[in-house]
Design a binder for this molecule. Structure first.
Ligand code: UDP
Ligand code: MG
Length: 218
């Protein structure tokens, strides 16, 4: 009797631990594309329809910039206005904290859309160093559209967004950064067959129809 009980327990415990460890490991989709490609808009729609948590690196940086007592406020402010990419130590800490907080509240919330990251080599290295073995990157969701569409959308958004970087001067720098630093990261993932590309120049609903097809099969 005792032997049987013990036997069934010892079988159950490891499988429970195994399942728990699988459950706990964050499953990540990186969401990339030019400024104004629609990353944030599409992420909101994904969150409405799927069990994902949306973490925008840009939003996290803007919140840190605004946080009273932050030692990085001024630095973040300058980088954003100049369309430059903030040193990864800052961004990765914000992302890690947000992921831990989400999963700490609800362990079933282990699927993340990480929007606007990794944007350059430094970001990618920082992620690999901090998250090696701790999270699985499923794929990169790439919203592809021309620079012209990106610029026009951001200028339109700039009328009401209040963002310090939705103006022509900052936008030109952001596009440069995107072409020089972010595109090579997307190409790197492409070589590993990890990019799902969507034509983002169309309407929100048309783009989302493609997104659903991609998420449906993953
Ligand atoms: N940014 C950064 N590192 C990141 C994400 C954003 O330094 O990982 C900064 C960068 O200056 C960028 C700005 O935040 O130009 C705005 O990023 P966001 O993703 O909000 O802009 P979007 O591409 O969505 O228009
Ligand atoms: Mg955004």
């Amino acid at each position: 009797m005792i032997g049987r009980l013990f036997g069934s327990l010892s079988q159950k415990v490891p499988s429970f631990l195994y399942r728990a460890s699988l459950m706990m490991k964050p499953q990540v989709v990186f969401v990339l594309g030019g400024p104004g490609a629609g990353k944030g808009t599409q992420c909101s729609k994904i969150v409405e329809n799927y069990n994902y948590t949306h973490l925008s690196a840009g939003d996290l940086l803007r919140a840190e910039r605004a946080r009273e007592g932050s030692e990085f406020g001024q630095l973040i402010s300058n980088y954003i206005k100049e369309g430059k990419i903030v040193p990864v130590e800052i961004t990765i800490n914000l992302l890690k904290k947000a992921m831990e907080e989400t999963m700490g509240k609800d362990e079933k919330k282990f699927r993340f859309l990480i929007d606007g990251f990794p944007r350059n080599e430094d970001n990618l290295q920082g992620w690999n160093t901090a998250m090696d073995g701790k999270a699985d990157v499923k794929f990169v969701l790439f919203f592809d559209c021309s620079n012209e569409v990106c610029i026009n959308r951001c200028l339109e958004r700039g009328k009401s967004s209040g963002r310090t970087d939705d103006n022509r001067e900052s936008l030109e720098k952001r596009i440069q950064t995107y072409l020089q630093s972010t595109r090579p990261i997307i190409e790197l993932y492409e070589k590993h067959g990890k990019v799902r590309t969507v034509d983002a120049s169309r309407s929100v609903d048309e783009v989302f129809a493609d997104v659903k097809t991609i998420l449906g099969v993953e």
